[in-house]
Design a protein around this ligand. Structure first.
Ligand code: NCD
Length: 292
């Protein structure tokens, strides 16, 4: 049974095949590839983009979607997540998409299901579909010529599952990450590390800004997010006229992560990432449900 728990579940060839499909789905038009299939989403953490993106992707492929409303579900009555998922599985869905704050939880659910599990984010551990859509957006932007590109990943890298999945996936396609963060947001890593973006702005092709994940911090690092933004907000001042692709997984804290001006700049592909996210999730749902 194929699952998508981390990006390492896919070979490079499989990733490129997904991208071929994602290009075909990029107009986000409806088809009936997954007609008669049922997809269940179970989100124990907040989500705007990922949940709606998966739901729209499944529906565009003709599948039906049930969103478990976790706030009103029996996990609130003491049922374990494993039991909740085993019960959902007993209703014979064709895929279960799960987001949870506990690292490793989606992987541990594999033993309780007969259908693919898709990890939509587990704590700070992994967010495979986000990294796939990020790489796809880079691949599209550079007309597939992504070898030897450099990406600065900026901000709260240490608690970001988006960064963690990108750091697994991007180097496999010979994209070199440079980590840009203050000490307290810097993960342990062998990749090049710098404190400020201006130190590497002349050598990078891509900048990925990240949200400060306050919900995952056990202490307060800044009085206000504005204090972080003073040093790490992506502004026109830093970018100048350089030809750099600007990405952010969302949700963006405006004028803290990225300035209003840069969000409106044509170099920002933040909304393109969102559209591409649906196409990528259509491709991955098709693969996992039909290869099954
Ligand atoms: C991210 C997440 O939830 O991991 N957002 C997303 O899925 N697009 C990043 C974040 O919350 O900052």
């Amino acid at each position: 049974m194929p699952h998508l728990i981390t990006t390492s579940d896919l070979t490079n060839d499989e990733v490129l095949t997904l991208f071929d499909d994602a290009f075909l789905f990029q107009d986000l038009q409806s088809n009936n590839i997954l007609e008669g299939k049922l997809v269940v989403t179970v989100f124990f953490e907040n989500s705007t983009r990922t949940r709606s993106s998966f739901e729209i992707a499944a529906k565009r492929l003709g599948a039906q979607v049930v969103n478990l409303e976790v706030q009103t579900s029996s996990t609130k009555k003491g049922e374990t997540v494993e039991d909740t998922v085993a019960n959902l599985n007993a209703m014979k869905p064709d895929a279960i998409i799960i987001r949870h704050s506990k690292c490793g939880l989606p992987a541990s659910l594999i033993d309780y299901v007969d259908c693919p599990i898709l990890n939509a984010g587990d704590g700070k551990n992994a967010h495979p579909t986000q990294a796939l859509l990020d790489l796809f957006t880079i691949y599209e932007h550079f007309n597939k010529d992504i070898k030897n590109k450099k990406i600065a990943i900026v901000g709260d890298i240490k608690t970001s599952r988006v960064a963690s999945s990108n750091l697994e996936l991007l180097p496999r396609f010979e994209i070199t990450p440079i980590l840009v963060a203050p000490e307290h947001f810097m993960p342990e890593s062998d990749f090049k590390k710098v404190r400020f973006l201006k130190e590497v702005i002349d050598e990078v092709d891509i900048v990925m800004s990240l949200r400060t994940q306050l919900e995952r911090h056990d202490q307060q690092y800044y009085q206000t997010l504005e204090d972080f933004g003073k040093d790490y907000c992506i502004t026109k001042d830093i970018f100048g006229n350089r030809d750099i692709l600007l990405l952010h997984p969302g949700p963006v804290n405006r004028n803290i992560d990225i300035s209003d001006e840069m969000l409106n700049d044509p170099r920002s592909k933040v909304l393109r990432q969102v559209s591409n996210g649906v196409a990528i999730r259509m491709a991955i749902l098709k693969k996992l449900i039909l290869d099954n």
